[in-house]
Design a binder for this molecule. Structure first.
Ligand code: C2E
Ligand code: CA
Ligand code: CA
Length: 663
């Protein structure tokens, strides 16, 4: 016999051959002796292991044997109690033919794994076994089970916690099906999660359950689930947790509203005081909102400074009033030890179930849109979702998609609108204005798609295309007509980068253009946003010899003196004043002219549509003028065809201001 198994002799890990039928060890390698507390192989093979073997284990071994016959091997934790000492090992069980033709069990202890995993998953992975009679009474539990859970368990129904289920298991396994699942069961002492493999023992009419304790795994899972559904910083639900909670709750069909809340000016707090203070403030905000919501609904943090509240309508008098109370609560200052009192505003968007939408995800999107509308309307207020917002969003998404396609091929045109010198009555040059015609969407206004391109950063490559095209045009007209026009090009904030001046310099060189022929139009917000960076860039551009125009003057908040340090040569008064019938518009026109004179800036009047407007500007001694009255933005070919003639001629300068005002 020894000879047959001598192959395993030198293995470092314990290996033995077990006679299942007679419950005896037939052979074991020397490494097994300590595990079995055996003095010698002779002593070990002489033992009758059937003596203290539970019925459950016996049944389990028989099942194993059947599986060995089928060529299977089994890897599991197994417990032994040699000489009363409890030992556990991860074993590999397989069938091994004996010289007499029977099948014995070869057991190999996977030592290297046992040392590692013992710590981690010890009790959890030990083989536990329960044997039940055909009517579900517990016949036997193996030692490992009893050590872990005692011996209070009486029957299958109490184990699975359900009489019907117990009967179903018995019936199903009797029909040769195996039961295989993870389940929370009652052990007679406590509840425990098991991975269960149930099998009917045909000859004995018994049900054998092999169990693996997976409690730890389950606990980790529920912790992981908790983390996945909660916001780490505030302990509130996160987006996923809220969605789940509401989805589960929606069966109740009670009307409710979602409030999408975004703090106003939170970024400023973060930038000024740092993220630690920002986080503190967010936690304080969470507590204050929670205090308003109480147990009337759910509160979740959506990341950043965004929160969502869900409240049933029966718990509040009206969504708008509830939103108002939240805003009022947040408007009260927050006292933070490190920085003193801080106040924040918030904008809230509201969407209601079921009027606005049935799906939670849609409601969230709608409330988000409504929140943005609240911000546009001046912040620190709430706004209820309305379908036109969805249309606007849809339009925006469509535009964004089409714009990306158009950018791939630069499928745009540059139009040119005349700018006229009012002193000489000569055409001074043009403002370059981009045009986009899309097959599906038709003509799209730059006022609509430029902000989109700014949002996505696409304005940078697009802006370069515009500059290049304008330069090309200047070069073409210089050559063809020997005229040196000035073309002014609009710039967006994102284009104000250190690389802009060198890029423009290269274009000027490439197309042989005088720097004085190119002007750049920027709004005051473009110039003032990240002032230091912008100023450096503007200085570099002016250093090249380009003129900088301040666009849309009068619509911003800053006074001209704030812009004094910037290298601006010309101010473009916004068309709303030029077209304004009101006395105040006239006052602004005159004041602008006066200030510009003092600061030695030139002034362009934009949006001149009528002779009357033109005459008034002449009288106010504006330097330049631009508008439909003199010429619309046109493609180059059209301008050339008209031989650059203006739409209307400019009247001789009025003799005195009194004349015009009286007319
Ligand atoms: P803006 O820079 O203030 O351009 C003047 C706008 O007023 C142009 O609108 C022009 O067509 C329009 N306009 C000119 N004269 C009259 C008039 O007499 N009456 C009226 N009612 N409107 C007049 P447009 O071309 O639709 O451009 C709108 C805005 O889009 C521009 O305002 C500018 O901010 C932006 N934009 C246009 N082209 C470009 C571009 O190439 N680059 C960048 N970054 N922005 C551009
Ligand atoms: Ca402009
Ligand atoms: Ca303008």
């Amino acid at each position: 016999m020894n000879h047959t198994f001598s192959l395993f002799e030198r293995l470092q890990s314990p290996v033995w051959v077990f006679d299942i039928q007679h419950q005896k060890i037939l052979w074991a390698n020397p490494a097994s002796l300590p595990l079995w507390e055996a003095a010698s192989l002779e002593e070990l093979t002489a033992r009758d292991l059937g003596l203290d073997m539970t019925q459950a284990v016996r049944a389990q071994l028989e099942v194993y044997q059947q599986r060995f016959v089928a060529g299977e091997a089994i890897k599991t934790w197994w417990s032994f109690t040699p000489k009363g000492r409890e030992k556990k090992a991860l074993c590999h069980f397989s069938g091994i033919p004996l010289p007499d033709g029977r099948l014995a069990m070869l057991v190999e202890v996977l030592d290297e794994e046992s040392t590692l995993r013992r710590e981690l998953a010890f009790s959890g992975c030990t083989n536990l076994a329960l044997l039940f009679s055909a009517d579900g009474a517990l016949l036997s539990a193996n030692t490992a089970f009893e050590q872990a859970f005692g011996s209070q368990l009486s029957d299958l129904a109490s184990f699975v916690g359900d009489t019907d289920l117990a009967e179903r298991w018995l019936a199903e396994t009797r029909d040769q099906q195996t039961v295989q699942l993870k389940k929370l069961c009652w052990t007679g002492r406590s509840h425990c999660w098991f991975r269960i493999h149930g099998q009917w023992l045909q000859d004995k009419h018994q049900l054998l359950l092999s169990l693996i304790n997976i409690n730890q795994e389950k606990e980790q899972l529920s912790k992981a689930r908790y983390n996945a559904e909660h916001d780490f910083m505030t302990g509130l639900l996160n987006r996923r947790g809220l969605t789940k909670a509401i989805t589960e709750y929606q069966h109740s069909c009670q009307p409710y509203s979602l409030f999408f809340l975004d703090l106003d000016g939170f970024k400023l707090v973060n930038d000024t005081y740092g993220h630690a203070i920002g986080d503190k403030l967010l936690r304080a905000v969470a507590i204050r909102i929670l205090d308003r919501v109480k147990n009337r609904g759910l509160l979740a943090r959506f990341g950043g400074d965004e929160f969502i509240i869900q409240v049933e309508h029966r718990n509040i008098d009206s969504p708008a009033r509830f939103a108002k109370s939240i805003i009022a609560a947040l408007n009260k200052p927050f006292h933070l030890k490190e920085v003193g009192d801080l106040s924040v505003g918030c904008s809230i968007g509201i969407a209601s179930f079921p009027e606005d939408a049935q799906e939670i995800d849609t409601l969230i999107i709608q409330a988000d849109m409504a929140m943005h509308r609240a911000k546009q309307r001046g912040r620190n207020r709430s706004h209820h979702f309305s379908p036109d917002m969805a249309d606007a969003l849809y339009r925006k998404m469509t535009l964004r998609h089409h714009l990306t396609l158009a950018l791939e091929t630069n499928n745009f045109d540059l139009y040119y609108q005349p700018i006229v010198d009012l002193a000489s009555h000569q055409l001074k040059g043009f403002e370059a204005l981009i045009r986009w015609y899309d097959e599906e969407l038709g003509q799209v206004s730059p006022a609509e798609f430029i902000p989109l391109a700014e949002e996505t950063g696409q304005i940078v490559p697009l802006g370069h295309w515009i500059l290049k095209t304008a330069c090309q045009q200047l070069a073409a007209w210089s050559e063809k007509y020997q005229r040196r026009f000035i073309i002014s090009v609009n710039l967006s904030r994102a284009q104000l980068q250190a690389s802009l001046a060198p890029a423009i310099e290269a274009l000027l060189l490439q197309y042989d253009i005088q720097p004085s022929q190119l002007a750049l139009e920027l709004t005051e917000s473009t110039m003032l946003q990240d002032y230091d960076e912008a100023k450096q860039c503007l200085d570099a551009l002016a250093g090249l010899g380009l003129e900088l125009y301040l666009d849309d003057f009068g619509t911003g908040y800053s006074s001209l003196s704030q812009l004094q340090d910037l290298p601006i040569s010309t101010v473009k008064l916004d068309q709303s004043f030029v077209q304004g019938e009101h006395k105040s518009s006239q006052a602004i026109i005159e004041a602008t002219r006066a200030i510009c004179e003092k600061l030695e800036l030139k002034v362009v009047a934009e949006g001149v549509e009528t002779l009357k407007q033109l005459q008034y500007l002449q009288q106010c001694q504006f330097d330049y003028c631009q508008g439909y009255y003199l010429g619309r933005p046109m493609p180059p070919a059209e301008l050339e065809a008209s031989n650059f003639r203006l739409l209307n001629s400019i009247p001789a300068s009025p003799r005195s201001s009194v004349d015009v005002l009286a007319s």
